[in-house]
Ligand binder design. Structure first.
Ligand SMILES: Nc1ncnc2c1ncn2[C@@H]1O[C@H](COP(=O)(O)OP(=O)(O)OP(=O)(O)O)[C@@H](O)[C@H]1O
Length: 359
């Protein structure tokens, strides 16, 4: 089976890293955690840029490190994309792509290069020098350069961190395309719950050099004791199936585990699978079924868990129709919790103000 197994122990004077990870060999795994939790160190260990005293690394059946073996970085078939695109300023985008391939001695790369250029939408930028590109465009060239080497693993260390919001929004659709079309696994370091929600299949939460939690993105997002659920932009990711369209009201009905949701008319076929995102701040709770609300989505749900977080706020984990497969979150005030006397196991009505489509 295709897996990535990474076990490392490393000691710095003021920091130690100790991880034992078994990750899917396909799709995007996000490494999420506070600054200094060890995400970059882990990526560098996987790239072979750092050597752990004790370690084992195998990527889809190939051993890159164990007791006897240590494949040096330049012989590992991987692509590495950093926060800032490190392009040569005197070469055009085309020259930068060609230089990377020449260095890797890649003779079969023309096809991979053409594919990477297509995937990142940079064919019209190839004759420009780095200073004639925006930050987001430079980063797209850097990603294409990594892909043109035909890697078997793509490592990305906060590739959007140096970009402003507008540039981030520009480049995210390209990363989503990579997610959909790349056959190789991608490890993606990020601080941003939004990026993780849009790109990741699996999430590893790092804390002080250890793995605090690991699992499918929707499970990790709804774990109330983790930073992702407690962040202001906390949300749940739910898989739905298109049930019907109502052209009169320009609405589409989705079936989700335990309930139904109405969303603005989607251009999708009946039975098509879609992923939606519900922000915790967009969900409010009522004890009786609200009959006079303008909110379209009112779901009977059961409270699974309540947790007080800071600033007088309480997170509530709910499952629609008592189906625990698709939990979502509500963020309410402590005062509301006390006024409604909410408790675990209680039946409530969740009013969902906004449902965003993910793909
Ligand atoms: N070469 C080194 N020598 C000593 N300590 C180091 C070295 N590299 C990193 N560290 C320490 O290891 C810890 C983890 O650093 P790392 O860069 O992996 O964190 P991170 O989670 O990627 O942080 P950020 O999100 O800020 O990039 C930090 O405390 C850092 O100071």
């Amino acid at each position: 089976m295709s897996r990535i197994h990474a076990r490392f122990h490393l000691d710095y004077p003021d920091f130690s890293l100790d991880v034992d990870l078994d990750l899917p060999g396909r799709g995007v795994t996000a490494l999420f955690g506070h600054s200094g939790s060890g995400k970059t160190t882990l990526l560098r260990l996987i790239a072979g840029l750092q050597r752990a005293r004790a370690g084992h690394l195998s990527v889809n059946g190939e051993v890159w490190q164990d007791g006897e073996t240590f494949v040096p970085t330049h012989q590992r078939p991987l692509g590495y994309v950093f926060q800032e695109a490190s392009l040569f300023p005197h070469l055009s985008a085309r020259g930068n792509l060609a230089y990377g391939m020449k260095r890797a001695g890649d003779v079969m790369g023309q096809e991979a290069l053409a594919q990477a250029v297509e995937l990142l939408g940079i064919s019209h930028l190839l004759d420009r020098r780095p200073h004639q590109l925006s930050g987001g465009e430079r980063q797209r060239v850097a990603i294409a350069r990594a892909l043109a080497l035909h890697p078997r693993l793509l490592l990305m260390d906060e590739p959007l961190a140096a970009l402003d919001l507008k540039r981030k929004q520009e480049i995210l659709p390209y990363l989503e395309r990579l997610h959909d079309q790349l056959e190789i696994p991608m490890l993606y370091v990020s601080h941003s719950p939004d990026e993780v929600a849009r790109l990741a299949d699996t999430v590893v939460v790092m804390e002080q050099g250890r793995v605090r939690a690991q699992g499918p993105v929707n499970e990790i997002f709804s774990q109330l004791d983790l930073a992702l659920a407690q962040a202001p932009e906390a949300s749940a990711l739910i898989e739905g199936v298109v049930l019907s369209h109502d052209d009169d009201y320009a609405l589409t009905q989705l079936e989700i585990p335990g309930g139904r949701l109405s969303v603005a008319r989607l251009d999708c076929d009946i039975h098509e699978r879609v992923r939606v995102r519900i922000h915790a701040r967009d969900v409010s709770l009522a004890l009786d079924e609200p009959r006079t609300s303008s909110i379209l989505n009112i779901l009977p749900a059961v409270i699974l868990e309540l947790r007080e977080i800071d600033q007088g706020q309480v997170l509530v984990k709910l499952c629609p129709g008592a189906n625990e497969k698709a939990p979502f979150l509500a963020r309410i005030t402590r005062q509301s919790r006390d006024r409604l006397r909410l408790y675990e196991g209680q039946q409530v009505y969740a009013q969902v103000k906004t449902v965003a489509l993910m793909d």
